[in-house]
Design a protein around this ligand. Structure first.
Ligand code: GCW
Length: 674
């Protein structure tokens, strides 16, 4: 499992073109990145085809005899197919067959583009795809494609479930672990080009000289793979490590301190990416401490980074647990009035939904609502609310669902993806963040299938319009085998897995009913009181009169933060998609849903469906035994069994708890809680 999707396992009966490309290649250029490309090709060739196998004379006659990897400017002009290459952005790439010379050509404007193109070609070879007639011309839709590590300096990982942090701060900078190269290579293979090394609940120590040496050592490893390093900046750093009496963003000494700090960082790391900041949220310091706005805070840091080309990713996850206001509304209320007030090198980082990475959330109302401010997406790859490491949940369908949602900002067709890629409001600064699920476990991510979520995130950050089905198929083939009898059923299992988790955890728009604090397992009984934002009974509001959070005009009216069209659609219980029903409406238990059955029956049926699927997955997995190696088979098998057991736990706990209010019996086919 350590090798992720870069297995390079032997290809059965390699075709003439696969052989020729792997065996005969010419690479132009000389740089660390070019050496990485060379090594990658050697590695791939030795894994995918046996050393004794070479193209025959006949092969050579019939197929292109070489692979040429060269930057655009190093190609003879006569091989350029058309202007498509000119349109590539710096890290884009082209792969095509040059009919004249008979060569497969990988070209790009930069060495990093060549690296991306090479990885893509190798992926195609492994899964048996050929280069299409029209060639491949790919530019990323999003400029900054970053992982956010919530890794602490003591190597614990906030919401991390696959061991400890892979950053060994103690040994850095003197020891460079091979794993750092492997990490960078894996990221480069899916187009990720940035990494935020530290937790958003930040420690200012990382900005001190001795830590900056360590950060520099990592940045030096990552650079040839096209990966920039970012750090989280604790807002109170000027006090904690700068000995200033304040961190007020309008204070001149504070501003000067950050400017000096930026200078110092860039001396170590000339291509440092910038800062990510969580401020004024969950106990983190921020501009509120000085009665300043989020824009004041962000702009002060942006000014410090600006001379060096750095950016600020300022998180919109700002809410107070001390106000009784619906948490759904808080970020929008705070940020929307600041639209247009941020400096040009600030991008506001918004979680996909308004509460917090629930198994399903409607898209965050800030998307589309701030036309003058670049907004970036924050997805959570680590599964804080979807069963941590042991529950299989392929997240690409979640990402895809959110990216495809229509904000209606500029009328129909204003999808979230267009906000993120800058096309809706003409922004050049674009980014996506994924909260990493990577840790010190030998297979990196705990569950073998959670590697697919890292993979899917990278692919979607590059191309937010790509389909989940395509990603799942590609990942399975690269990671395990191209055997149809494995890929077919297991792809289906993956694609259905997130909905299965929604069913056994939070069907029909239920949310935030997990156990307190660790967030693993059910906890609908957690009551508010201690936290004003938790309202009376967490977020489900179950009572004898019904269940669901009223966010319409009769309730918190969070709905008014969305476009008119959405308000109309979602404000009406008859037209709102049932998957969001209880997110926005409080309804009696007997309320009839589209299938004519009561709300209570439907809730119960969804829980049972999730359980049935989780159990069926164990059986399905047993049918593919022998098609892949035993180690990974057995590992996944035991995790699927845990998931099936815990799906029952969720169903039993939630239905038992809710039945005290519904006072209705379970419909046919739903098993009584044990
Ligand atoms: O998802 C929640 C988590 C916190 C996290 C916070 C955030 C890093 O429960 O652990 O803190 O959100 O996103 O800032």
């Amino acid at each position: 499992g350590y090798k992720l999707w870069l297995q390079y396992y032997p290809i059965e009966n390699p075709s003439a073109w696969q052989l020729s490309v792997l065996k005969n290649h010419k690479i132009h250029g000389d740089s660390e990145t070019i050496s990485i490309i060379k090594n990658e090709l050697e590695l791939a060739a030795s894994g995918m085809v046996s050393p004794s196998k070479h193209p025959t004379k006949k092969d050579k006659k019939n197929t292109p005899n070489t692979l040429l990897i060269a930057k655009h400017q190093d190609l003879g002009l006569e091989v350029l197919p058309n202007t498509l290459i000119n349109q590539l952005v710096d890290d884009g790439y082209a792969i095509f067959l040059d009919k004249k010379s008979g060569q497969i050509i990988v070209t790009a404007k930069s060495d990093i583009g060549l690296l991306y193109g090479t990885f893509r070609l190798l992926q195609m070879i492994q899964i048996g795809d050929s280069v299409p007639e029209e060639g491949i011309f790919q530019s990323p839709k999003i400029t900054h494609r970053v992982l956010n590590h919530w890794d602490n300096l003591d190597r614990t990982v906030e919401r991390g479930y696959s061991g400890f942090s892979i950053w060994n701060w103690h040994r850095l900078p003197r020891h460079i672990d091979q794993q750092y190269h492997d990490y960078a290579r894996a990221n480069a293979s899916i187009g990720i080009n940035g990494t935020v090394l530290t937790n958003v609940n930040a420690n200012s120590l990382v900005l001190t000289p001795s830590y900056l040496e360590k950060v520099k050592a990592l940045a030096d490893v990552f650079r040839p793979y096209g990966i920039k390093v970012y750090l989280t900046a604790r807002f109170s750093s000027p006090i904690e490590i700068g000995k200033l009496p304040t961190a007020d963003p309008l204070d001149e000494d504070v501003q000067a301190w950050w400017k000096e700090k930026a200078k110092e960082i860039y001396k170590h790391i000339p291509d440092f990416g910038g800062f990510v900041v969580k401020a004024d949220s969950e106990g983190q310091p921020g501009p509120h401490n000085y009665k300043r706005s989020q824009a004041d805070g962000a702009n002060m840091l942006a000014e410090a980074l600006e001379p060096f080309g750095g950016i600020v990713m300022w998180r919109a996850f700002v809410y107070s647990e001390h106000t009784p206001d619906d948490r759904h509304k808080q970020a929008y209320n705070e940020f929307k009035p600041l639209d247009g007030k941020f400096k040009g090198n600030v991008i506001v980082q918004v979680k996909n939904g308004a509460i917090d990475f629930q198994p399903r959330e409607p898209f965050h109302p800030m998307f589309g609502a701030m036309p003058q401010t670049p907004l970036m997406m924050e997805f959570q790859i680590t599964q804080e609310y979807l069963g941590h490491d042991t529950h299989l949940a392929f997240l690409a369908p979640l990402f895809e669902e959110v990216l495809k949602e229509d904000t209606f900002t500029n009328g129909a067709g204003s999808e979230v993806a267009k906000v993120i890629d800058g096309s809706l409001h003409n922004h050049k600064l674009t980014a996506m963040a994924g909260v990493a699920n990577i840790g010190s476990d030998r297979n990196w991510t705990g569950h073998h299938f959670h590697q697919a979520n890292w993979y899917a995130y990278g692919k979607m950050a590059w191309a937010p319009y790509i389909s989940s089905a395509e990603i799942a198929e590609e990942w399975l083939k690269l990671t395990f085998t191209t055997d149809k009898n494995f890929v077919g059923p297991i792809q289906k299992m993956m694609l259905a897995s997130r909905e299965m988790v929604v069913n056994y955890m939070t069907p029909l728009g239920l949310h935030h009913i997990m156990a307190e604090s660790h967030h693993y397992g059910p906890g609908p009984w957690v009551t508010g009181g201690r936290r004003a934002d938790w309202t009376a009974t967490y977020y489900h509001q179950a009572s004898e009169t019904g269940i669901g959070f009223d966010r319409t005009k009769t309730g918190s009216n969070a709905l008014e933060q969305y476009a008119e069209q959405i308000q109309k659609l979602w404000g009406d219980v008859e037209t709102i998609p049932e998957e969001h029903l209880l997110w926005f409406h409080h309804l009696p238990w007997s309320h009839k849903l589209q299938n004519g059955k009561s709300l209570w029956d439907n809730i119960a049926i969804h829980y049972q469906k999730g359980v049935d699927e989780a159990k069926a997955n164990v059986k399905l997995w047993e049918t593919v035994q022998g098609k892949i190696d035993h180690e990974r088979f057995a590992h996944v098998h035991s995790f699927l069994k845990i998931q099936a057991e815990e799906a029952v736990w969720w169903k039993d706990a939630c239905l038992t708890y809710f039945s005290q209010f519904s006072k209705m019996s379970l419909p046919d086919g739903v098993e009584e809680p044990t």
